[in-house]
Design a protein around this ligand. Sequence first.
Ligand code: AMP
Ligand code: MG
Length: 476
Amino acid sequence: MTAATEIAFENTFVRDLEGLYLPWQAAPAPEPRLVLLNDALARELGLDPARLRTPAGLGLLTGTAVPGSATTVAQAYAGHQFGNFSPRLGDGRALLVGELVAPDGARRDLHLKGSGRTPFARGGDGRAPLGPMLREYVISEAMHALGVPTTRSLAVVATGEHVMRDRGPEPGAVLARTASSHLRVGTFQFAAATGDVDVLRRLADHAIARHHPAASSPLELYRAVIAAQAALVARWTGIGFVHGVMNTDNMTISGETIDYGPCAFLDAHDPTTWYSSIDHAGRYAFGNQPGIAQWNLARFGEALLPLLADDQEEAVRLATGELQGFADAYLAARDRDHLAKIGVGTPELLGELFALLEEHTPDHTLFFRRLSDAARGDDGPVRALFGDPAAPGEWLRSWRAAGPDADAMDRVNPVHVPRNHLVEEALGAAVVDGDLEPVQWLLQVVADPFTEREGFERYALPAGPDAPPFRTFCGT
Ligand code: AMP
Ligand code: MG
């Protein structure tokens, strides 16, 4: 980019999908200060990191001075939040700036979160505090490094204003993120609720062209999204990721993970674990995620019904038939991922493995990582993760007989995930003391998750036994 004002944004969402957005402008950022910039991602997008650091660059990253090619809009969507339908959610504090077509040909939304109130804001202040925006940055970049489909984080810019939350005043910030699009299940629910089938059809056509070009009908789009979400949630299962707010407005059509709020990684492998302070019943607990994904996809199917067949009953029959494929698709993806994790091709070992993990709840990440030591002949470290070191003995024997490939395992089982206590510690330093160094260290570690490095041992360990139970608080 020669100047921020010369970036050529494309606007296919705005062009194709009138009725699903409102043109809107970002609120002023009185004293913008760059907190984090993802140089590598900027380059991938064809942007010059040095220019993004200039006042013009900060204008783009806060939405306060965007190039003429950009049309900033707040996107409309509906959604089931914790099971209850809200017909009008939408970007209450976010804007789509436009689409960047990278040198590699990939089209990505540039989207700003915390850019001020929009007509969708309802009671919200349109702002975002620095801590949660840094959290999304760190965790989304960790997910990317782990090879999980995800939105990405380009920058965090402090606005110079303070934001009031339960915890007290916090520095305000804007997160600039990219995504292959921001089309959500909730976008389809909003389009369906307008009652205008033409809007819904335009949305389906746009989604097919952008994400699932092999689909030749809305039914095939449904099938493709079911497959993408089954694969995504299986990846979450493999790495011990708990999304935390799997509302239908937080589920993408692309199959990317989106909206990192009260998300977290498991320490102990306990399927009943959840972390969000607003999830009173544990609806979005780790072990519930596949079932919830299926439930959300049923809502997606309902939104698509008018496009599936003229006859309502026939449409329901078709959608139901597709949705029935979810469970098998999820289980197949989960088993494939776990066979890679244990370095063998013997599916017979998986049932016992899952039972072992659920019964004894060893540290999720370390269990798989230390298993490669066992593959190399030393099963002490993996046994030490069990209250009773004899517990995994029988399974380890059968597994070793299958001839596990330790090096292949080390390429898929991370040693570093952004563990809760590390994230909290780093964000605390950044927000309370203005010290960004711990966040930068953590980013460096999670960006290279499969490499064990001397001096970074602490980043591979769970919180000590005296650590308080972890909760992520809303007030994002
Ligand atoms: P989330 O829980 O982040 O997925 O957001 C759910 C809905 O609440 C979306 O419509 C957001 O735009 C909106 N929202 C969240 N926080 C704010 C805020 N501070 N101001 C305005 N809208 C918000
Ligand atoms: Mg959301």
